[in-house]
Design a protein around this ligand. Structure first.
Ligand code: PBG
Ligand code: ZN
Length: 321
């Protein structure tokens, strides 16, 4: 008889035939940095996640170092917002200062800088607005300025998340012209207009003041369109592609991984994190089991890189597994 159970009989044999593995080198931990002093603000909808001022960032960096996670995705929260998001490309903006601090004091970390205007604009949209229209081509030069200024501050990877058309080409051109020919672009290629970003918008104070993001982020029912987005980003010079959210879009991740020979990232977003934390706090699920199962699901679907708020916990669990 064919007995599938032969290969399941012990932990040793299960691990011998294990098809997919997760390593902490594949995890990226998002970090929220805010203006001000002596700040460690809990994000209510994301238990365990805080906004830090630069002078308190060291505590969190120590935790990150101990966990063995090396890659960070940085989000800055400026004190001052305006219609053009000018703090996004200010040499002394919060994100630029945070990057300089990290590269100076914690040089072993790989710093990925998110590029988008929504944390910096008074209207909370990812581009310039005219009435209730979100402008595409007018926004591109600002994204280029932001990218160059983050690279000048020391960012190792530039990660545009705004979903304007043509932004990868514009940013690649701008980085090259400024001498940053070696700085990779991780593109949020297939980023959906999703309800799963709500806790992040609390954390980053980036909720749109009017309307929604449906005219620039992708429509959830579409998967072939995601392939077109990725093709375009590759043609424009992206080095790494991303699907976001991760868990709710595993089919998109799978299709992309089969089709494109590029490193593939999945963003296990804030709402996915919040749901797990809420259920765990109620004692309804076993947090550790669920987190590891979720992370493995993204690996199995084809993610080489996973951006997740669970990164430090998961790294610890991988250690004592
Ligand atoms: C900025 C940005 C967002 C996220 C990452 N970069 C929010 C948005 O598009 O509204 C979401 C991350 C998360 O939910 O964890 N554009
Ligand atoms: Zn945005």
């Amino acid at each position: 008889m064919r007995r599938m159970r032969r290969l399941r009989a012990s932990a040793a044999i299960r691990s011998l035939v294990q098809e997919t593995r997760l390593h902490k080198e594949q995890l990226v931990y998002p970090l929220f940095v805010t203006e001000g002093e002596n700040i460690k603000n809990p994000v209510d909808s994301m238990p365990g996640i805080y906004q830090y001022s630069i002078d308190r960032l060291g505590e969190e960096c120590e935790r990150i170092r101990e966990s063995g996670v090396r890659s960070l995705l940085l989000f800055g929260i400026p004190a001052h917002k305006d219609a053009a998001g000018s703090q996004a490309y200010d040499r002394d903006g919060i994100t630029q200062r945070a990057i300089r601090y990290l590269k100076k004091e914690w040089s072993a970390f790989l710093v990925i800088a998110d590029v988008c205007l929504c944390e910096y604009t008074s209207h909370g949209h990812c581009g310039l607005v005219d009435g209730c229209r979100i402008l595409n081509d007018e926004t591109l030069p600002l994204l280029v300025k932001m990218s160059v200024s983050l690279a000048e501050a020391g960012a190792d990877i530039i990660a545009p998340s705004d979903m304007m058309d043509g932004r990868v080409a514009a940013i690649r051109g701008g980085l090259d012209q400024a001498g940053f020919t070696e700085t990779p672009i991780l593109s949020y290629s297939a980023k959906y207009a999703s309800g799963y970003y709500a806790p992040f918008r609390d954390a980053a104070h980036s909720a749109p003041g009017f309307g929604d993001r449906k005219t620039y982020q992708m429509d959830p029912p579409n998967v072939r369109e995601a392939m077109r987005e990725m093709e375009a980003d590759i043609a424009e010079g992206a080095d790494i592609l991303m699907v976001k959210p991760g868990l709710a879009y595993l089919d998109v991740l799978r299709a992309a991984a089969e089709r494109f020979d590029y490193p593939m990232a999945a963003y296990n977003v804030s709402g996915e994190y919040a749901m797990v934390k809420a259920a765990a706090q109620n004692g309804w699920i076993d947090e550790r089991r669920i987190v590891m199962e979720n992370l493995l699901a993204m690996r199995r679907a084809g993610a080489d890189i996973i951006i997740t708020y669970h990164a430090l916990d998961a790294a610890g669990w991988l250690e004592d597994a």
